[in-house]
Design a protein around this ligand. Structure first.
Ligand code: ZLM
Ligand code: CA
Ligand code: ZN
Length: 393
């Protein structure tokens, strides 16, 4: 009804696992899987499913998860019960097995199901891209970039992105991983530290000791040992509180443009963490839905096969706005969908303001002070360009 039609000449696949959305991390835990329900509802109200191939993903198998994660870790993840949760009133973040059961990564009912479905979405997306059955594949249930081979971290248990990139590497010689979540994409960076077939780029708030996970400094470019082909293939863009759309977009286009020219990736994996938006419960930036989406639009303009992953995002109404808008970009309908949230949208009352593009003032009481000087941003760009000179092409 909004004139949403299939894009001519290319295919977008949309991968969801509604079961995933029913899981709960705990009453006040910031990660709310039902934000995916809200996203899907907005995507549907705009009529976007008509323009895509829609898939219900099956859960990833143990063997599929085992392509990155260790048996010891998976065995514990599959069998641990919420009752195993170590309870230490004085020290709720006490060291626990595989970092499972603390307040960031609690053990909850159906945890293994939740994890394997998130990975299932991302693996399905990767397979569609490998088989040339989709040009852009969307997996909003994925994007859990902190998980390690044998450790949960920062709300992430299974690194679906690493698993999906491993699939892409069967077909594509070079994969560019881009991460616009407000947190550093440490798990993905580390997983591909020793290969030049994946280049990782993360934009994030960087303030060690204060902001999670504390890694991702400008000069973290991968281990610089003589025989490591992965040296120089990690790029980090450390930012401060309050960065604006204009600054972020200019920085993003400059850096990704330069990387695309130098590295010549054959596919893109883009983590679209929505906690970089203004007003996010955990975030620190002043990005609007348009600025966040502009990054997706720029990546699409490079014309490479691409997977869009979800990730962080702790103010559900804004997560839904950003990911619905980015779905519309994928199908090329972003200029056609009305800015006003459809009248018939279920959950419409959740959005408070009835626009897809709230102003900074609508997103938060008081926008954050911008602590990113243009001078510092120019230094960052210069460093990245310097790094890229070491990349063979
Ligand atoms: N404490 N409850 C981003 C992952 C960010 C580590 C400091 C936990 C929270 C946070 C959990 C209900 C992605 C840290 C924080 C308090 C050790 C983080 C449970 C509030 C709550 O109310 C909360 C009791 C909880 C956790 C806040 N944790 C805020 N920031 C980070 C992890 C994940 O977006 O990048 C991708 C999905 N953790 O700062 C502590 C050091 C745990
Ligand atoms: Ca990031
Ligand atoms: Zn995050």
């Amino acid at each position: 009804e909004y004139g949403i039609v299939r894009p001519k000449g290319y295919t977008v696949s949309f991968h969801a696992a509604p079961e995933m959305e029913k899981h709960h991390f705990g009453q006040t835990h910031p990660m709310k899987p039902w934000r995916l329900t809200l996203t899907k509802s907005l995507v549907t109200s705009y009529g976007m499913p008509f323009a895509m191939d829609n898939y219900l993903s099956r859960a990833a198998t143990y063997e599929e998860l085992n392509a990155f994660h260790s048996n010891e870790y998976l065995d514990y993840l599959a069998t641990a019960e919420p009752e195993d949760q170590p309870r230490d009133i004085d020290n709720p973040d006490k060291e626990v097995k595989f970092n499972l059961g603390g307040s960031d990564c609690p053990l909850f009912y159906g945890l293994y199901n939740y994890c394997s479905m998130s990975a299932g979405c991302s693996l399905d997306a990767a397979r569609k891209i490998c088989n040339n059955q989709a040009d852009i594949a969307v997996a909003w249930g994925g994007g859990l970039h902190h998980a390690k081979k044998s450790e949960a971290s920062g709300f992430c248990y299974i690194n679906d992105i690493v698993l999906a990139i491993l699939q892409l590497l069967r077909i594509y010689p070079r994969v560019l991983y881009i991460d616009i979540d407000v947190h550093h994409g440490d798990g993905v960076e580390e997983a591909f530290f020793s290969t030049d077939r994946v280049m990782t780029v993360s934009f994030h708030k960087y303030q060690p000791e204060v902001f999670f996970p504390g890694t991702g400094s400008l000069d973290d470019n991968g281990p610089k040992s003589e025989h490591n082909p992965g040296a120089h293939h990690a790029i980090n863009v450390p930012l401060n509180d309050g960065i604006t759309d204009e600054q972020y977009e200019a920085l993003f286009k400059n850096i990704i443009g330069a990387i695309n020219e130098r590295y010549r990736p054959s596919a893109i994996a883009l983590q679209c963490g929505a906690d970089s938006l203004a007003g996010d419960r955990l975030g620190r930036f002043n990005l609007r839905v348009q600025g966040h989406g502009a990054c997706v639009k720029y990546c699409k303009s490079l014309g490479l096969p691409m997977i869009l992953f979800g990730g962080g995002g702790y103010t559900p109404r804004n997560v839904a706005r950003a990911w619905a808008y980015e779905t519309s970009i994928a199908i090329g309908a972003d200029t056609r969908i009305p800015e006003t949230i459809p009248e018939h949208a279920p959950w419409r009352e959740h959005f408070i303001h009835d626009t897809l593009f709230p102003t900074l003032e609508q997103s938060m009481n008081e926008p954050r002070h911008n602590r990113n000087s243009d001078k510092r941003l120019r230094e960052i760009v210069a460093h990245v360009h310097e790094q890229l000179r070491f990349v063979e092409h």
